[in-house]
Every structure is written in structure tokens, then in C-alpha cells.
Write a protein of this length. Structure first.
Length: 529
């Protein structure tokens, strides 16, 4: 389903982010029709800030806002039965669907942008496409705020319509994870194979040098002293886990380091356990959105500092360029407080909500690792979640393999062995470069990873400390900071909670029903009670 709103003379044009501007203002600000993923909305272009501020105080009354909307709002099916959600980036679509489900299905664009941690424009585009595919209802309040009401199982409704979303995308995702796991598990299993090949080759080169020595041994067979490893080819099935990194990271967050099996310990020693901050950016922007909503859509730069990365050179200066990513993502603009000339950043698209703060906070609290909403904190990267004994065992096996490879290199260069067993020496010589490369990389990879991990953790600690100091400054503001905070409070707009009770139009009723209700209402207003 696609909802198209067309502005007409005498009516009001709903802005993309929920405000209603009289058509006289729209005509002066170059009314533009924007189409996103099959849905068109009449939106006002950029108008001078002072002009918009004056007109916001003169919002059209409900009667004027509703006049004539019945014949200018039409619902049309997606062209050719196209599934609009297929055209969206998968990760962005999933993030928005997660936010919609977590917030209960009744949302505004600002709610979803905050919970999903995405740009307001991206949230609007994705919500429009999902609404078209799921038959979601759009409700317009008396002030022109738009509330999306999605069905309970919006994700399932989209999957039923799209073979790509239901089958192809999950299959490709699973194949990618399986391929990634196979690449990792091959490194661990190669350790056992390398040890077996190296010491079998050493044993073959040193044994049976001549028949006389064999006879003097009196039989009994050769002895191989070293770690005994009994590896069955079916052992691989016990360790088969294409979702290793996701499972390991999740369990580590909940339980900390726990006992791993042999393959997991080797993986952890060589490759680590993934990035604990993989979801940091999403959580960071969700916290920024929550802070914006908590402060009524108007904030000083210092109120955004606990969540953003401020360059060291801007500390203690008037440089506030570090807030630009937040302004871009959530549609903020700088304004000057007329009383103090302080700069305040306003986010008009975040001034309305369908469910208050509880829904957004629930999304943040659902994260496996709890964190404070007062600042964005990164997790330091651990070298390995394996226990100390497991790391020692993995390193010992690596050393055992490395020593064997070095010894094998000397043996294949022994002239006596070359003369007695040229074929075996030739075969081993062909394998030796690969065995040497593996033995070196087994320690080179963790060594390089340890070095870069130390550098990353140092930067993480510095960023966390800067954000922590910014958060502490808000708790104990000085005179200058308090002046900026007071200016932001004065410029805070009225908080609007869109519940649906004050809606003057709902696409669920249809244009005919809307015209009928509008006629009855105007008749009552004319005749009186």
C-alpha cells in the first residue's frame, strides 16, 4: 500500500517530520513533492528560521487542517505489486524493524530514528516502504504530527510477500558465516595436521637408516616421544559452529571467560574473540536520540559531548564542530538565544513521540551489556577470552610445532639422509615452505594483534575519559555552562506525545469515511450543540 498526500490550496501540507505549515507559507518556501520508495509526501522546503518560527505559533486549527483532505488523499497499491522493502539496505531495514517492534508498533519518525540510531531521513524512508508493504495506518494529529501504526508482525508480513527477504537473504547470510567459520577452523585444524606431518616426517627420516641398525634393535618397533593426540575425523562435527564469534561474544558478555574446547581456545589465541564494540555506533546514536528527546529537542553542545568524540585541540575552546555528525543524523540546526547569544541546537523532528521515553529506554536496556545512558562508553578489547591455561596450551603446541619444523629443515639438508632417501626428502622439501609459513604465522598473527590491540585500547581509554569528563561537567556545571544550559531550556519546544486519541485523520478509515466524518463535524460546528 502507498499513501500519497497532495497539497491543495486552502489545505495544509504535512511536513515530512510531522509539522503542519499553512499553504501560504509552503508556497513561499518552494513546496516540493518528495517521493521515497513508492510513497509521495508534499513537503515544505527550507524556509528562513524566523519565518518558520512565527508560523509554527499560528498552526491551522483542526477544521482548516481537515478541509478538503478527503479528496486529496488517495491510497494506491505499489506499482506492479512490487515489495518496496526489497529495495532497502538489509541492515538498515532490520534495525528499523527491530526498533518498531521494540516500541510496540505505534511510532513517530523521531522515535524510530532514536531507537535504531539511524538518520531521520533514513528512518522516514524505511518506515514509508515498510508501511506500504504491511498496510500500516498513518494517523495525523491536530498539530500535524504523523503517527505510524504498524501491524504486530510487520517482519512476518514482509517476509510473506518477498522470497528475497524470506529465503535468499537468510541463505546468503548463513553461507557467509559458514565460509568465515571454515576459514577460521581450518587454521586450528591445520595445527594438529602440521604437528602430525612434521613429527611423522622426522620419524621417517631418522628411522631405518640401515638394515643392520634395524636388526640390532631387535624389533619392538619405533618409539615416538611427544604429546599424544588422538584426533578422529568425526571430531570436527563436535566443533562445528558457524556462529562462533556471535555466540562467543554474547556468552562472554553475560558470563565472562569460561572454559572453551580445544578448537575454540586455538581460535581465541590466534584470532581473538571479535570486536566487543561492533554495536557501539548504533548504541551511541540511540543514546544521542534519547538525550535529545529527554531535553525536549533543544540542547547545548556540552549536552551532546558525553556521546560524541571531541578532538583534543577543541577542548576548552569555542569550537563546537564535533556536534556536526549529530546535526546531520537527526536533522538539527543551530539557533542563537536572543537573551545570552549562546548557540543552542534544535531538533524539530524529535519533538514528538508516540510512546514517550519508556520504549526507547527498553531498547537500550535489551542490549546484552548494560551501560549508563549518561555517556557512551566503549569496551576495551581483550586479547583472548580463553583461560590462562588454555592460552598456555595453545602456545605450547605452537612452540612444539615450530621446533619440529626447524628440526625438519635441518634434517632435509643432511647429505647422508638425502642420499639414502631422496624421494622422501623431495616430498618433504615440497611441503616445508608451507609448514614454515604456518609455524611462523601461528605466532606472528597474535603478536601483531596484541600490538594493535594495545594501541586501540589506549585510544579507547582516552575517548572514554573525555566523554566521562564531559558527563561529570554536566553534573556540576560552572557559571558559563549553566548559562548555556538555561538558554537551551528556554528554547525547548513543547513536548508532544502522539497517542492517536487526538488524531484528525487516519488512513485506516479511508477517504470516504474521512469525508463523512468531516462533513458531520462541520455541520455540528455550524448548528452548535
Amino acid at each position: 500500500m502507498r499513501v500519497r498526500v497532495v497539497a491543495r490550496r486552502g489545505a495544509c501540507a504535512p511536513r515530512a517530520f510531522g509539522h503542519v505549515v499553512p499553504t501560504s507559507a509552503v508556497s513561499r518556501s518552494k513546496l516540493a513533492s518528495r517521493t521515497v520508495d513508492g510513497s509521495s509526501f508534499a513537503t515544505a522546503g527550507a524556509a528562513p528560521r524566523a519565518l518558520v518560527a512565527r508560523r509554527r505559533r499560528r498552526l491551522a486549527p483542526p477544521a482548516a487542517a481537515l478541509s478538503g483532505l478527503g479528496d486529496v488523499i488517495e491510497k494506491t497499491a505499489s506499482p506492479g505489486g512490487r515489495v518496496e522493502s526489497e529495495l532497502l539496505p538489509k541492515q538498515l531495514r532490520d534495525d528499523v524493524l527491530d526498533a518498531i517492534e521494540s516500541l510496540g508498533g505505534a511510532v513517530t519518525v523521531g522515535d524510530v530514528a532514536s531507537a535504531a540510531g539511524c538518520k531521520v531521513s533514513e528512518a522516514e524512508s524505511v518506515m514509508t516502504a515498510i508501511a506500504a508493504d504491511t498496510g500500516a495506518a498513518l494517523e495525523v494529529s491536530e498539530l500535524g504530527d504523523i503517527r505510524y501504526v504498524f501491524p504486530k508482525d510487520a517482519r512476518g508480513a514482509i517476509s510473506q510477500k518477498s522470497l528475497k527477504i524470506k529465503t535468499i537473504e537468510p541463505a546468503l547470510e548463513t553461507a557467509g558465516k559458514v565460509g568465515s567459520y571454515l576459514a577460521r577452523v581450518s587454521f586450528g585444524t591445520t595445527l594438529i595436521a602440521s604437528i602430525a606431518i612434521v613429527y611423522a616426517a622426522i620419524f621417517a627420516l631418522l628411522s631405518n637408516r640401515d638394515s643392520d641398525r634395524d636388526e640390532r634393535r631387535g624389533g619392538g618397533g619405533g618409539m615416538f616421544f611427544g604429546p599424544r593426540m588422538y584426533v578422529s575425523p568425526f571430531d570436527f562435527l563436535w566443533y562445528w559452529d558457524p556462529y562462533y564469534y556471535e555466540r562467543r561474544a554474547y556468552l562472554a558478555q553475560l558470563e565472562g571467560a569460561r572454559d572453551m574446547n580445544f578448537f575454540e581456545a586455538v581460535f581465541s589465541f590466534v584470532f581473538g574473540d571479535g570486536d566487543p564494540n561492533a554495536e557501539f555506533e548504533r548504541r551511541r546514536w540511540a543514546l544521542v536520540g534519547l538525550a535529545i528527546q529527554r531535553n525536549g529537542g533543544a540542547l547545548a553542545a556540552e549536552q551532546l559531548a558525553p556521546f560524541l568524540d571531541r578532538p583534543d585541540e577543541s577542548m576548552g575552546t569555542s569550537d563546537e564542530s564535533f556536534v556536526l555528525p549529530a546535526l546531520t543524523r537527526f536533522g538539527g540546526v543551530p539557533e542563537v538565544d536572543p537573551n545570552t547569544n549562546e548557540i543552542v541546537y534544535k531538533f524539530e523532528s524529535m519533538e514528538s513521540t508516540a510512546g514517550g521515553f519508556a520504549g526507547i529506554e527498553a531498547v537500550l536496556n535489551a542490549a546484552p551489556r548494560g551501560f549508563s545512558t549518561a555517556m557512551a562508553e566503549e569496551e576495551e578489547i581483550r586479547f583472548s577470552l580463553a583461560t590462562q591455561s588454555q592460552r598456555t596450551m595453545a602456545a605450547a603446541l605452537g612452540v612444539f610445532n615450530f621446533v619440529g619444523v626447524v628440526a625438519l629443515g635441518f634434517l632435509v639438508g643432511d647429505p647422508q639422509i638425502v642420499m639414502r632417501k631422496p624421494e622422501l626428502v623431495a616430498a618433504i622439501t615440497a611441503l616445508l615452505p608451507g609448514l614454515q609459513a604456518y609455524a611462523v604465522s601461528f605466532f606472528a598473527i597474535p603478536a601483531a594483534r596484541w600490538f594493535f590491540t594495545q594501541k586501540k585500547n589506549e585510544a579507547i581509554r582516552e575517548r572514554n575519559e573525555a566523554r566521562l569528563e564531559a558527563s561529570r561537567a554536566l553534573m556540576r556545571p560552572g557559571k558559563l555552562l549553566q548559562t548555556k544550559l538555561d538558554a537551551a531550556k528556554r528554547m525547548t519546544g513543547a513536548r508532544r506525545v502522539v497517542t492517536g486519541d487526538d488524531s484528525v485523520y487516519s488512513s485506516a478509515k479511508g477517504a470516504a469515511k474521512f469525508d463523512e466524518d468531516d462533513f458531520d463535524r462541520r455541520l455540528r460546528e455550524r448548528n452548535g450543540p
